[in-house]
Design a protein around this ligand. Structure first.
Ligand SMILES: Cc1cc2nc3c(=O)[nH]c(=O)nc-3n(C[C@H](O)[C@H](O)[C@H](O)COP(=O)(O)O)c2cc1C
Ligand code: SF4
Length: 424
């Protein structure tokens, strides 16, 4: 089984700096890329089937193809690597940032070349102080070796790359909120259209891609689109860094073929539930995805298959809920996070999420009413897709609406018994 993204990452996660990265074939893809036409690279990425690993799964090559190209295109153009990673349960990009910083930088240079960008930013979660220091050192090495700066590897292409550390708000990871944050403004989303590809950072064409997405690029250049497609089990292209957290025996991250079943991730890799606990449900791709249950263990973790059973692959990092954990308390905890992280820009989210949080709290504390379930149901629709400026609120509603479906009896029990059945 090939694991191109994590291959050579050390067990202890210590970074591979330039010499070691080059010894493993690092920057060969960049040497090849600068001899290719930008359009050739775009087509290769399109053919590979690569879909963004930041959560929404948008096809990467197609996204790039919306950037204006050629002599008449506005400049400067920008590429931004999204390493905000604030979604609860998601910690996959950190592995790539800290363990293989040059893979990310190489992927970014090639991607920037493909869209003819002049400047690139690595937007990193504020708390990833170690990651930022590691990437900073790798950036200096890349400049010194001629992989960055003027006339990269003797070609006519030049690129500047900088790190920007985030302030620690979930909204800073949303792509247009991120662009505002990079401009030094409050991280509220922007109305679309215009899309960032034509009018992004400082009003100029911009691509925002996830760290894992960008880390795939050198391997696609080195090995081709067909190779990348065949890495996956279900034809969606590539490997995926899956994760598991919660009360499993071995929480962690594993790079596996895209489309690996949930069973293999949770049982074979994560070792199943800890002794004395049973699986009650799981969020397949971070906190903003719908619950699935034991009946979904054989679902292939890819964008299509998880979508078909009513959830999303999201970031591919599974959060497990066991049978000794109260589902109401679990969801309340998540909604508390989302309510705190609402940027306040639009009314449904600003006003609705605190209602959801308060209502769940009262049910959990035993003071809820049956009508509260209708209020919660109403909010899952009112804050759903299309009613808010960005996907934070619809994402926040996903675990709630699925909890109301799968664990409704638990909600009712709280209300009729006027207490949390999980508390003594
Ligand atoms: C509230 C919110 C937070 C997000 N946080 C991140 C993040 O930390 N990292 C990320 O790559 N994408 C995040 N996204 C998704 C981005 O908006 C965007 O879709 C993604 O960076 C695009 O990269 P990709 O095409 O490579 O997946 C977030 C979206 C929302 C709504
Ligand atoms: S949905 Fe929430 S986070 Fe998104 S713009 Fe509206 S208020 Fe801000």
């Amino acid at each position: 089984m090939e694991t191109p993204l994590t291959q050579h990452i050390r067990q202890d996660g210590a970074p591979l700096y330039l010499k070691e990265y080059e010894q493993t074939g690092g920057y060969e893809a960049l040497r090849k890329a600068v001899t290719m036409q930008p359009k050739e690279i775009m087509d290769l990425v399109k053919d590979s089937g690569l879909r963004g690993r930041g959560g929404a799964g948008f096809p990467t090559g197609m996204k790039w193809s919306f950037v204006p190209m050629g002599d008449k295109a506005p400049h400067p153009k920008y590429l931004v690597a999204n390493g905000d990673e604030m979604e609860p349960g998601t910690f996959k990009d950190r592995l790539l940032i800290e363990g293989k910083p040059h893979q990310l930088i190489e992927g970014m240079i090639i991607s920037a070349y493909a869209i003819e960008a002049d400047v690139a930013y690595i937007f990193i979660r504020g708390e990833y102080t170690e990651g930022s220091a590691i990437v900073q050192k790798a950036l200096s090495e890349a400049y010194e070796a001629g992989y960055l700066g003027k006339n990269i590897l003797g070609s006519p292409y030049s690129l500047e790359m900088h790190i920007h550390t985030s302030v620690g708000r979930y909204m800073c990871g949303e792509e247009t909120g991120l662009l505002n944050a990079l401009e030094g403004k409050r991280a509220t989303p922007r109305a679309k259209p215009p899309f960032p590809q034509s009018s992004g950072l400082f009003g100029k064409p911009t691509i925002v891609n996830n760290i894992e997405t960008l880390s795939c690029i050198p391997h696609i250049i080195n090995n081709g689109a067909e190779w990348f497609k065949k890495l996956s089990l279900t034809g969606e292209g590539g490997t995926k860094i899956y994760g598991a957290s919660g009360k499993v025996k071995r929480p962690g991250l594993w790079e596996l073929p895209l489309g690996t079943t949930v069973r293999e991730i949770l049982i074979d890799r994560a070792g199943g539930m800890r002794d004395g606990l049973k699986l009650r449900g799981f969020l397949p791709g971070g906190a903003s995805t719908d619950f699935l249950t034991e009946e979904h263990l054989d679902v292939n973790m890819d964008f299509t298959a998880v979508g078909k059973v009513g959830s999303r692959m999201g970031t591919g990092t599974i959060i497990v809920m066991d049978d000794k954990t109260c589902p109401v308390g679990f969801v309340h905890n998540l909604e508390y996070f989302f309510a705190q992280e609402s940027c306040g820009w639009c009314t449904p989210c600003r006003e609705g999420l605190p209602w959801v949080e308060k209502t769940l709290r009262s049910i959990e504390e035993g003071t809820g009413q049956m009508e509260d379930l209708d209020i919660l149901d109403f909010h899952t629709k009112y804050l759903g897709p299309g009613n808010t400026f960005c996907a934070l609120a619809p994402g926040a509603m996903e675990p709630l609406q699925s909890a109301l479906k799968y664990y409704r009896d638990d909600f009712i029990k709280h209300i009729t018994e006027k207490r949390c059945p999980w508390r003594s």
